[in-house]
Write a protein that binds this ligand. Structure first.
Ligand SMILES: CC(C)(COP(=O)(O)OP(=O)(O)OC[C@H]1O[C@@H](n2cnc3c(N)ncnc32)[C@H](O)[C@@H]1OP(=O)(O)O)[C@@H](O)C(=O)NCCC(=O)NCCS
Length: 151
């Protein structure tokens, strides 16, 4: 791990619309695509759901990471509310400093306080970084298979 960001000027808080540009910039650094319309829509969606489950990490006043989850229940035959982690991203210059973990821990704390007992996500089999991150949080491969086809 690089120098931990915890104990510095790191705070984790619910996302707000003003964060959209910073999230777009991190996404562009991570994936090489500029998707402003996508993020405007997504941030509005999370704000309309549970903002405490859609978190950004701010280091010395600058947004450096985000983790967005949605608490839903009863999809896919599951009979309990689940916090679905839908997207996570930490600025490449700030990775491996404990920022992703801080975001996730705050989400899990919020979920426990809401009485939510399960957290789930989907990870592409080639995405070893996200898989390693999820495993470090205690998430394990689960006995469901994603089915898909192109239309
Ligand atoms: C995966 C990611 C969120 C981790 O964030 P981070 O702030 O660097 O993670 P942390 O420093 O908090 O590390 C937390 C744990 O995850 C694990 N981890 C982090 N990066 C990892 C990697 N590349 N491979 C394997 N494990 C990894 C660490 O081992 C650590 O475990 P530990 O606390 O037990 O030591 C970050 O690397 C990232 O944003 N990757 C790109 C994600 C992406 O492309 N998102 C889609 C675009 S929006």
């Amino acid at each position: 791990m690089d120098a931990p960001a915890t104990g510095t000027g790191l705070i984790v808080r619910p996302v707000c619309e003003m964060d959209t540009a910073a999230i777009e910039a991190i996404d562009e650094r991570l994936l090489g695509r500029y998707r402003p319309h996508h993020w405007e829509t997504r941030v509005r969606y999370y704000l309309s759901r549970d903002p405490e489950a859609a978190l950004v990490a701010e280091l010395d006043g600058e947004v450096v990471g985000f983790l967005f989850a949605d608490i839903r229940g009863w999809e896919f035959g599951l009979d309990e509310p689940t916090a679905w982690i839908e997207v996570v991203g930490v600025h490449p210059d700030q990775q491996h400093r404990g920022i992703g973990r801080r975001l996730a821990e705050q989400l899990l704390e919020h979920c426990r306080a809401q009485g939510v007992r399960y957290v789930r996500t989907m990870v592409h089999q080639d995405d070893h970084a996200i898989a390693g991150f999820m495993r470090s949080l205690g998430l394990e491969p689960a006995p469901w298979t994603a089915y898909a086809r192109e239309l």
